[in-house]
Design a protein around this ligand. Structure first.
Ligand code: 13P
Length: 250
């Protein structure tokens, strides 16, 4: 049985003080043992939010990392710094980083590797653009992003990785993939993982991201191969995020 993961990605929202106030609200959400909850916060908020959520059972993560333990990389943040600040997860290769900052699959694979090497869990994001979707390239794009993104991860470590399928056309647009469409791609992702890792990848969590909201969470989570969600906009308000965290399968 795979334990679902409900993850918030705050993107570049909330100052450290706003983030800490939000963390105090998060702590009040009744925790359920059959699911994990995570918030991926901006770097400056990591220390404060981690302190507040320390004994709450809610995990804290970062949204990016530079793939080196230390060095002359002005403006970058290392995995050791992130870990020491209290994070146990790191989002790698979000489509906004691929598109706006031109991150390549190769570069993302180095991030995935160093995050695992440092004892944290990477959330490797994959997903096709609208154009790729319309050209029928969803499966080939996702397969290639997975193969390259995971190229440094051996079978013994694959269960320390989370995959997030985020169709780019569904992010921040209000247009989510239908639960059935998402299920189809999730099943495909599991087959690709099985092709690479054999039986070792059966416990890997595959999350869906892209306009997840209180109105669609129960149906998304009712799909057999959707093992959680990565939530942007709806994770910024306590009412919507607490409803998402308390999903019920249909
Ligand atoms: P939205 O939930 O705002 O569509 O964002 C999804 C996302 O990018 C999560 O990483």
């Amino acid at each position: 049985m795979i334990k679902p993961l409900i993850a918030g990605n705050w993107k570049m929202y909330k100052t450290p003080s706003e983030a800490e106030l939000f963390a105090l609200e998060l702590k009040k959400i009744p925790q359920q043992n059959d699911r994990d909850v995570l918030v991926c916060v901006p770097f400056p908020a990591l220390v404060g939010v981690s302190r507040i959520l320390k004994d709450s059972g809610i995990f804290v993560g970062a949204q990016n990392v530079y793939p080196a333990k230390e060095g002359a990389f002005t403006g970058e943040v290392s995995p050791l710094m992130i870990k020491d600040a209290g994070a146990s997860f790191v989002i790698c290769g979000h489509s906004e980083r691929r598109q706006i900052f031109e991150e390549t699959d190769q570069f993302i694979s180095e991030k995935v590797k160093i995050v695992v090497d440092c004892g944290m869990t990477p959330i490797l994001c994959v997903g096709e653009t609208l154009q790729q979707n319309e050209e029928g390239k969803t499966f080939s794009v996702v397969e290639s992003q997975l193969k390259i993104g995971l190229q440094h991860i051996s079978s013994s470590l694959i269960n320390n990785v989370v995959i997030a399928y985020e169709p780019v056309w569904a992010i921040g647009t209000g247009k989510n993939a239908s639960p059935q469409q998402a299920q189809q791609v999730h099943l495909f992702i599991k087959r690709v993982l099985e092709k690479i890792y054999g039986g070792s990848s059966t416990m890997v969590r595959v999350l869906y991201g892209g306009s997840v909201k209180p109105e669609n969470i129960d149906e998304l989570m009712s799909q057999p191969d959707i093992n959680g969600v990565l939530v942007g906009g709806a994770s910024l308000k306590i009412e919507s995020f607490s409803r998402i965290v308390s999903f019920k399968k249909n």
